[in-house]
Design a protein around this ligand. Structure first.
Ligand SMILES: Nc1ncnc2c1ncn2[C@@H]1O[C@H](COP(=O)(O)OP(=O)(O)OP(=O)(O)O)[C@@H](O)[C@H]1O
Ligand SMILES: [Mg+2]
Length: 259
């Protein structure tokens, strides 16, 4: 691995019976970059995330994260090493407050085993972490709201707060703007951009919204039928005739035009 490489994927495949969901993916992700992963429905994007995050064991190939071979390791181990992901569908506890949701995520990832005597201090630390995160994401004003009652866009932001609760280095976002209004989408773009600028995070982002892709991505990986079609700078991907016509369709090709 080169020094600026945070994730090295080699020959990664996942087959479900006869379905080659992911097949022979090679990918080197650079520390600090935002890499968008695009491709039609069923291209294998979520399966790829499931392999990286340990929810699925690869059929073949390897995944190296920093100094660790994480191929086939379980999700909680991969999460503790510094990879955190969001899910394509909303995944928060609707009966709990926003702060409690984030506290759950913070607690779940604590490496320390607290003694009973330290319980109060532990709770305080968790609450402080959660509050800091909520402030960082401009969600502090929603802390005491029951999560089920806030807007869809805010729910997805809370979900991102939960993803960041583990203080990961590599963040996998699966369609973070799906179902959002243009305003809500704008907030997500701004948030990811701001977080990326801190230099603390490397992002992989799957997206169908080309505005998000071209606003955020340093590079774009196009997947098709489970394999890597192209990996390049946005302007190269945008101009690639194969991507435009054969794999994204005319409608998506139009969306790839600069506004
Ligand atoms: N657990 C599974 N069992 C069987 N087939 C699966 C499973 N998970 C995914 N697949 C298949 O693998 C292929 C890739 O699916 P995947 O969900 O990774 O695509 P995607 O690129 O995330 O699509 P979308 O854009 O719709 O989210 C599809 O053909 C899908 O039906
Ligand atoms: Mg998907």
């Amino acid at each position: 691995m080169t020094p600026d490489c945070i994730l090295l994927v080699q020959g990664l495949s996942k087959h479900f019976g006869g379905v080659k969901a992911v097949t022979g993916i090679d990918l080197e992700v650079h520390t600090g970059e935002t890499l968008a992963i695009i491709g039609p429905n069923g291209a294998g994007k979520t399966t790829f995330y499931n392999l990286l995050s340990g929810r699925l064991v690869p059929s073949s190939g390897s995944i190296q994260f920093k100094d660790h071979d994480i191929t086939g390791l379980p999700p909680h181990v991969i999460s503790r090493l510094g990879i955190s992901r969001s899910f394509q569908l909303n995944n928060i506890f609707t009966e709990m407050t926003v702060r409690e949701n984030v506290e759950v995520a913070v607690t779940a990832q604590r490496r320390e085993s607290w003694r009973w005597a330290n319980r109060a201090a532990a709770n305080k630390a968790v609450q402080q972490d959660a509050d800091a995160l909520l402030a960082e994401l401009s969600l502090a004003h929603l802390s005491d709201r029951v999560a089920g009652t806030i807007s869809y866009g805010d729910k997805r932001l809370v979900e991102i707060a939960m993803v960041l609760a583990t203080r990961p280095e590599l963040v996998l976002l699966d369609e973070p703007t799906a179902g959002m209004t243009p305003d809500e989408t704008g907030r997500i773009i701004e948030l990811v951009r701001t977080l990326a600028r801190t230099g603390h995070y490397t992002f992989l982002v799957t997206e169908h919204d080309m505005r998000v892709v071209f606003d955020l991505a340093d590079r774009i990986l196009v997947m098709h039928h489970g394999s890597r079609l192209i990996l390049d700078a946005p302007e190269v991907v945008r101009a690639d005739p194969e991507v435009r016509r054969a794999y994204l369709g005319d409608e998506a090709a139009d969306m790839m035009e600069p506004a």
